[in-house]
Design a protein around this ligand. Structure first.
Ligand SMILES: NC(=O)c1ccc[n+]([C@@H]2O[C@H](COP(=O)([O-])OP(=O)(O)OC[C@H]3O[C@@H](n4cnc5c(N)ncnc54)[C@H](O)[C@@H]3O)[C@@H](O)[C@H]2O)c1
Length: 321
């Protein structure tokens, strides 16, 4: 697919911007779309001058104009409302963006004769998993309609169904990636962000360091470079599959907080807050399926990835030397 044309939705977001950058490095022509809900100009500033990059501020809920999809060979559909706090505060908007937006992207791709669609799904579709490490055979678990948190998991699960059936019915290839917690530079540091940038912010500039939940809950964090490497290999090597993407290195949230303080050389004092309803206690991917296809296992340890991430936030967000 080198020299091909790719459309990346969510291109000004965290993963989307790294993906766009990587595609440009591999000689793709890249069309980026983002409505800047959480996307930032800062994330794509350095590629704006690239003659093989065009960027549109556009809301996927309004459909995808034909000219944006013209001659596109592959679509990376990464636009979504992401960030746990958003799921609790605006569940309907999450469903509209992540379901209706996805249908719009699929319709436009099918109409334009796109060859392949890559859909960014999420480990959230496994709900509170029944076993660990969790592989792709694990059932989709969406227990509570009335729990706003599950708006996101439901939207991603429905997105998977639509991606698979749209692709099959319209002769497109698909790849559904169930992404587990990914981190690195460029993530949102506000309370709407994810745990690592939020912890870095609290440790660097806030008086009190708080942890939501008991701290003994675990997550497995994958550094962005590993995510992109696994994704790009899978995109080139695999069609019509559902694959977990992540790093199985599991860590307790309290140990993650401790490690961030250790890297920053700060004393670790914390306060525990009540858990969010529906927050799973463990999350660990089995990545054996994607490894068997691509031969690639994540290489960047949590300590190394955190050190790189912290350096970036100090310099680019908090202006600390
Ligand atoms: N980061 C993770 O750990 C993780 C884990 C699982 C799944 N994912 C999925 O990967 C994708 C990228 O996630 P991310 O972490 O980069 O999040 P992000 O919020 O940084 O990126 C998503 C982008 O989509 C844009 N967007 C939102 N609504 C839109 C709309 N209506 N029209 C156009 N653009 C819109 C946002 O402005 C944002 O830039 C998402 O689909 C997310 O659900 C991410």
């Amino acid at each position: 697919m080198v020299g091909a044309k790719a459309l990346v939705t969510g291109a000004a977001g965290f993963i989307g911007s790294f993906l766009a950058e990587r595609l440009l490095r591999e000689d793709y022509y890249v069309v980026g779309i983002d409505n800047m809900f959480r996307g930032k100009k800062r994330n794509i500033e350095h590629i704006m001058d690239n003659p093989r990059f065009e960027f549109h501020v556009h809301d996927i809920r309004r459909g995808i104009p034909r000219e944006m999809m013209r001659d596109v060979d592959i679509v990376f559909h990464y636009a979504a409302i992401n960030g746990t706090q958003h799921f609790y505060e605006r569940p309907l908007e999450v469903l509209e963006t992540n379901v209706e937006g996805t249908i719009n992207v699929l319709k436009a791709a099918a109409e334009a004769g796109v060859e392949k669609i890559v859909f960014a799904s999420s480990s959230e579709v496994y709900g509170d998993p029944l076993y660990f490490p969790t592989d792709e055979k694990h059932p989709i678990l969406l227990p509570e309609v009335a729990n706003p948190r599950h708006s996101y998991a439901a939207s991603k699960a429905i997105g998977e169904y639509y991606t698979l059936w749209y692709s099959r019915n319209h002769g497109m290839k698909y790849l559904i990636l169930r992404i587990f917690n990914t981190y690195g530079p460029r993530m949102d540091t506000s309370k709407y962000g994810q745990v690592i940038p939020e912890f870095i912010r609290k440790a660097l500039v806030e008086k009190e360091f708080t942890i939501i939940g008991p701290g003994t809950q675990t997550r497995s964090f994958c550094y962005i470079d590993d995510n992109i490497e696994m994704t790009m290999r899978a995109v080139k090597m695999v069609d019509n599959e559902i694959l977990n993407v992540g790093n199985p290195e599991e860590v307790k949230i309290i140990d993650l907080a401790r490690l961030i303080h250790e890297i920053l050389g700060k004393p670790f004092k914390y306060k525990l807050l009540p858990p969010r309803p529906g927050d799973p206690m463990r999350r660990v991917p089995s990545i054996e399926k994607i490894v068997s296809y691509t031969g690639y296992r994540p290489r960047i340890s949590l300590r190394e990835g955190l050190a790189r991430t912290i350096e970036w936030y100090k310099k680019h967000v908090f202006g600390i030397k």
